[in-house]
Design a protein around this ligand. Structure first.
Ligand code: X2X
Length: 357
């Protein structure tokens, strides 16, 4: 009898100690993204879930929910829903999280990264430098676990009316922007009429001519056939949108140390893939080479040629033309330097200067 009791006690103790680690694993983890699966963003998210499933031998099953399904279209609520656990994982835009994490506006400062001699090198210098560390700390201080950076891309302007090469061309044009105050300030400074709208409502607004223009990276707007409605693109790279691979902290803590390592590595690998997809055909060839080394080169590798083929007229701005836009928005940059934190913006300037030659 004593023996039986001893065994029962031992079993009970063993179960209560070890059970939570196993019981906490869900059948499915939900991952939030804004656009469709066919974008660089969607592909970068799917690759992450594939790697995690593969490397965990099918134990960890993350499912991508595209088109803002998990936020019922309200993309600027995404951070709150991840933090409170309604969403487990996300690959989200720095813009969509910027209402809650003010430091993320750094990347959307007008003509800040864009004005550097090599904008991709400058962006990488921020992410890998002191300022990037400050941004990650700010994200984590607000209550989510950061895993890796990905990339939506540098944002270009498209419209249905005319070629835009000067701020004058933009006067009173109705431009759809994300629901983030900095974007309203930028487009007002340029003399346009910006309207906040979720991405999920944007294409119908564009089709109905409710707005004249929008701004997004090429790899995000091409898959929804923007060229059917917008014949004009301005190649100005005015702001950049890195994405963040993130996870709810309670979900994160529920994984074993080995699984955490596996997930972290999968996010790093998928982030690199997503960054290359967002840059292919737009950088100095580095992205193409990297995708080739993975054996994962996408169908379209030359965006300028592709846009021309589908009838889009692309205005490549001269440095002087870009400067006219940058001058108009310079007061917005100065105003937001204070809001974001002058120390962070200075750190980013130093990180970029270190690689600018
Ligand atoms: O809404 C947008 O413009 C998009 C898809 O780029 C973001 O989610 C920030």
């Amino acid at each position: 009898m004593k023996k039986i009791i001893a065994v029962l006690v031992a079993v009970t103790v063993f179960c209560s100690v070890s059970a939570p680690a196993f019981a906490a694993y869900k059948d499915e983890y939900k991952l939030d993204i804004v656009p469709s699966l066919t974008t660089a963003w969607g592909m970068g998210a799917s690759y992450f879930t594939d790697l995690v499933r593969e490397r965990s031998g099918g134990k960890i099953n993350i499912k991508v929910y595209p088109s803002s399904q998990l936020t019922t279209g309200k993309q600027t609520n995404a951070f709150l829903l991840l933090r409170n656990g309604a969403i487990d994982f996300a690959v989200q835009s720095s813009i969509n999280y910027s209402p809650q994490v003010i430091e993320l506006n750094l990347f959307a400062l007008p003509f800040f990264v864009a004005n550097q001699p090599d904008r991709y090198k400058a962006l990488d210098a921020i992410k890998e430098g002191k300022s990037g560390k400050m941004v990650i700390e700010a994200v984590e201080a607000k209550g989510v676990k950061f895993l890796a950076f990905g990339e939506n891309g540098f944002r270009e302007l498209t419209n249905s009316r005319k070629a835009i090469r000067t701020p004058d061309d933009l006067q009173n044009m109705k431009i759809r922007v994300v629901g983030s105050p900095l974007f309203l300030d930028i487009f007002r400074a340029l003399g346009a009429n910006p309207v906040n709208m979720n991405w999920s409502d944007t294409m119908s607004a564009i089709q109905q001519g409710v707005v004249d223009g929008q701004e997004n990276p090429i790899s995000t707007f091409y898959p929804v056939q923007m060229h059917d409605y917008h014949k004009f693109m301005t190649d100005w790279h005015y702001v950049v949108d890195p994405t963040l691979y993130v996870v709810n902290p309670a979900v994160w803590k529920s994984f074993s140390a080995d699984d955490q390592k596996l997930i972290q590595q999968a996010a790093a690998d998928a982030g690199k893939y997503m960054i290359a997809l967002a840059r292919i055909g737009l950088d100095d060839g580095t992205a193409h080479k990297y995708l080739e080394s993975l054996g994962m080169v996408p169908e379209i590798t030359d965006w300028y040629k592709q846009l021309k083929e589908v009838g889009m007229e692309v205005a490549i701005l001269t440095p002087e033309e870009t400067k006219a836009f940058a001058d108009k928005t310079a007061p917005v940059l100065e105003q937001w330097r204070e809001k974001i934190g002058a120390e962070l913006v200075k750190a980013a300037e130093e990180d970029m200067a270190a690689v600018a030659k």
